[in-house]
Design a protein around this ligand. Structure first.
Ligand SMILES: CC(C)(COP(=O)(O)OP(=O)(O)OC[C@H]1O[C@@H](n2cnc3c(N)ncnc32)[C@H](O)[C@@H]1OP(=O)(O)O)[C@@H](O)C(=O)NCCC(=O)NCCS
Length: 188
């Protein structure tokens, strides 16, 4: 079988910059979160497919938090790099910054992680090149990626537990300090 080449982080590093136009705004005049999510997905795809040399799909998204609003007229830059590779999966780290072109002020709006999987012509997961780590930052991010993968697995397992609640007895006590109103005929 042909040896899969390895590839350094810098070769797939990707930056997308986009002007925030009025049609991207919500009723409050700020940029829709969905517009930013779509841009994140695009930059994650570009970065992962460059590394893999193939088509990729988005599998999961972690730590998307909108820390500061983005205004119409600002320039949003999304910087992506492959932080970690498994066999067919890649964790792409994305930093999003928004720049006010008049003042030059740059806001860090969020940093997040997209897990992408490379696919072959047969639509099956495809082995991706090993990641060549060239400096301590690359090594640090790879180790963080390993930890994120482990943590995601633990959280996934625990999330499955959420749906195992079958017995609602004691709900009145459990929900006593919550901001909800139980059905009028609720009796336990
Ligand atoms: C994700 C997907 C490729 C997994 O396919 P599969 O046949 O179950 O393949 P595997 O179990 O071999 O998993 C392949 C890789 O995905 C990873 N993976 C699977 N499910 C995952 C999850 N929920 N979160 C993170 N990684 C996951 C596996 O760890 C594995 O990584 P590795 O090869 O680096 O070890 C498949 O479910 C899929 O195509 N999903 C749809 C993706 C899509 O269409 N996205 C667009 C958004 S709508």
């Amino acid at each position: 079988m042909a040896q899969i080449p390895s590839r350094p982080v810098r070769e797939s590093r990707t930056v997308i910059t986009e002007l925030m136009i009025p049609s991207y705004a919500n009723f409050g005049g700020k940029i829709h979160g969905g517009i930013l999510l779509s841009l994140m997905d695009k930059v994650a795809y570009a970065c992962a497919s460059r590394h893999a040399g193939s088509y990729c799909v988005t599998v999961s998204v972690d730590r998307v938090e909108f820390l500061q609003p983005v205004e119409v007229g600002e320039l949003v830059s999304l910087m992506a790099s492959v932080n970690y590779v498994g066999n067919s999966s890649m964790i792409v780290g994305i930093r999003v910054e928004s720049q006010n072109v008049k003042t030059g002020e740059i806001k860090h709006t969020n940093s997040c992680f997209f897990t992408m999987v490379a696919k072959g012509e047969d639509n099956r997961p495809l082995t991706v090149p090993k990641l060549v780590l060239e400096n301590s930052e690359d090594v640090k991010r790879f180790i963080e990626g390993m930890r994120l993968k482990d943590l995601r697995k633990q959280v996934r397992d625990q999330m499955d537990d959420i749906h195992t609640v079958k017995d609602f007895s004691g709900a009145s006590e459990l929900l006593r300090n919550e901001r909800c109103i139980l059905p009028a005929n609720w009796n336990n």
